[in-house]
Write a protein that binds this ligand. Structure first.
Ligand SMILES: NC(=O)C1=CN([C@@H]2O[C@H](COP(=O)(O)OP(=O)(O)OC[C@H]3O[C@@H](n4cnc5c(N)ncnc54)[C@H](O)[C@@H]3O)[C@@H](O)[C@H]2O)[C@@H](O)CC1
Ligand SMILES: [K+]
Length: 504
């Protein structure tokens, strides 16, 4: 767990937002050539920090990313490194800032071909950054393939060239980097997959852009970290009693009984004062036999769910885990939504509305979280673009917080706020972990945490619990890891500043 205290560093800027930040900094008095100088110096310093001195090849592209490359080359040369530099295109076509730094380089610019790679112990990839506008092809494609084929260690400037900073997708080709140096703030493409895996270790360099330039920007996304929501975390109060800490009701299914049990245990561990599973009457004993701290109420054939819901202290309702795709599940969802209380819908609850998503959306009137994986998403939504955009579109369309699952889970609110979660280890790719996540979120909501914050916090706790458990994880290990994660979270420094509670 990192102990960073400045949540502003979890801000993610799209290349367009970064360009606006750059413009605002220049309008406030910064010089473009100075920003480029700082950027290139940070790249050179990263190379010096992580590689022993040896032959370095700097590959410069036709835009400002290439300009950063010229600066890095000049500093490395000044520090005694043998530097070779190749330029894609010609010096007289460089934009003014890059041309300025090409002039300061003032040394040989070699033809842009594979000979540049001979003997290189590290390659600085300054071909394309934020300005990538089409798939890599031609000479650049050949070069990147050659670098990847030779397995040369790469230090990427801003992004590995070919990676779309907005989406995390590769346009044509990108050579995996060992280190990526980016400027001012990370970009969504550094956190979304496959981008995250191509960047290696990311260094965030301060190049002199004032942090205020971000204020007032719309639709900023964040990389999930406790600084964003920890101050709103529902820690128990000294005078709390169990009824003050919320009551989660999980509607259980008849076949996959484990799923609802996992959600229930997770909700309890997340701190809900009470948790009840409403279990179909025929399998009621199955639930009752294995759940100790969780109450079990029989749900009979005639569907007495409304009677169970009559107790308004049940303030968060979970439908979906192990529910089965059926008309009964649909009815349970609609009954839960009709209460206007907090609702978390997962799995079969989502799939049951596949044929008629609008009937679900129009029933959502209270705080609601949908937790689809990609398959479930595509049953309800026809969003397009990056995962970030698709989660945002779904949240807007449904009026619910949408948590779009995966190794790069995205959480989006209907008002445009969005968080990308990046701490989930691959050991979470096993049955039942999603049911636990649902329970964590419900447990936090039951204690009064707003749905977007609860979903963000739940996703982070889930990832952290898995990380701390390590290899061999199965889903029922996760709730039991939560106390340890919460203990560490409690010790996490308080962080005034950027939080998710501020609507954009
Ligand atoms: N915005 C800022 O605040 C700063 C930006 N800096 C650098 O500037 C970069 C952005 O510079 P630019 O906007 O000039 O963009 P790039 O340098 O990323 O690339 C733009 C150039 O590449 C060409 N191009 C795009 N895709 C191509 C493709 N697939 N094949 C061939 N040519 C292609 C474009 O026509 C244009 O000439 C950042 O990534 C960063 O490295 C830094 O200098 C520091 C300050
Ligand atoms: K690059």
């Amino acid at each position: 767990m990192s102990n960073r205290t400045d949540a502003s560093h979890s801000v993610l800027l799209t290349p367009e937002q970064m360009a606006a930040a750059d413009e605002a900094a220049i309008a406030a008095g910064a010089q473009g050539v100075d920003l480029m100088e700082a950027a290139g110096l940070a790249v050179a310093a990263t190379v010096r920090r992580h590689w022993p001195m040896g032959p370095v090849t700097v590959l410069c592209g036709p835009g400002n990313n290439g300009g950063d490359g010229f600066v890095a080359a000049r500093h490395l040369r000044a520090w005694g490194w043998p530097v070779r530099l190749g330029l894609l295109g010609s010096v007289d076509r460089l934009a003014p800032d890059a041309a300025h730094h090409a002039g300061l380089w003032g040394d040989a610019i070699e033809p842009f071909d594979s000979a540049l790679l001979e003997g290189a112990s590290v390659v600085v990839d300054a071909l394309f950054g934020a300005g990538l506008s089409r798939p890599i092809e031609g000479l650049a494609l050949d070069m990147l393939r050659d670098i990847a084929g030779r397995g040369l260690p790469v230090c990427a400037v801003d992004v590995p060239s070919g990676l779309d900073g907005a989406t995390g997708q590769v346009l044509g080709m990108a050579a995996p980097a060992r280190h990526t140096v980016t400027f001012f703030r990370k970009k969504p493409g550094h956190v979304l997959l496959p981008g995250r895996q191509l960047c290696g270790q990311i260094t965030l360099a301060d190049i002199g852009i004032p942090s205020q330039v971000v204020e007032g920007m719309d639709e900023i996304a964040f990389e999930n970290e406790p600084a964003l929501w920890r101050d709103m975390f529902p820690w128990p109060h000294a005078d709390d009693h169990k009824y003050a800490r919320g009551h989660v009701l999980v509607v259980g299914g008849e076949i996959m009984t484990g799923a609802a049990r996992l959600s229930a245990m997770a909700a309890a561990r997340a701190g809900a004062g009470l948790v009840t599973v409403a279990a179909p009457a025929p399998v009621w004993p199955v639930y009752a036999a294995v759940l100790t701290s969780v109450m079990v109420q029989p749900l009979d054939d005639a569907s007495n769910l409304n009677d169970i819901l009559a107790d308004a202290r049940k303030n968060v309702l979970v439908v979906g885990p192990g529910a089965g795709v059926s008309e009964a599940t649909r009815q349970h969802v609609l009954a839960a939504l009709d209460t206007g209380r907090g609702v978390v819908l997962d799995a079969d609850a989502i799939t049951s509305f596949g044929p008629a998503p609008q009937s679900l959306f129009s029933a959502i009137k209270g705080p609601c979280v949908l937790t689809p994986h990609e398959g479930e998403y595509s049953r309800l939504f026809s969003g397009h673009g990056s995962k970030l955009e698709r989660a945002r579109q779904a949240a807007r369309q449904s009026g619910a917080v949408v948590l779009l699952k995966g190794a790069d889970t995205v959480i989006a609110a209907p008002d445009g706020r969005a968080v990308i979660n990046s701490n989930a280890p691959p050991t979470l790719a096993t049955g039942g972990t999603g049911d636990v996540l649902t329970g964590f979120i419900a447990g936090l909501m039951a204690q009064g945490m707003a749905p977007f914050l609860a979903a963000s916090a739940g996703a982070w706790l889930h990832g952290e619990a898995a990380r701390q458990f390590g290899p061999g994880l199965i889903s029922e290990d996760l709730p039991g890891m939560l106390p340890r994660v919460l203990r560490r979270l409690k010790a996490y420094p308080s962080t005034p500043g950027v939080t998710l509670a501020v609507p954009t």
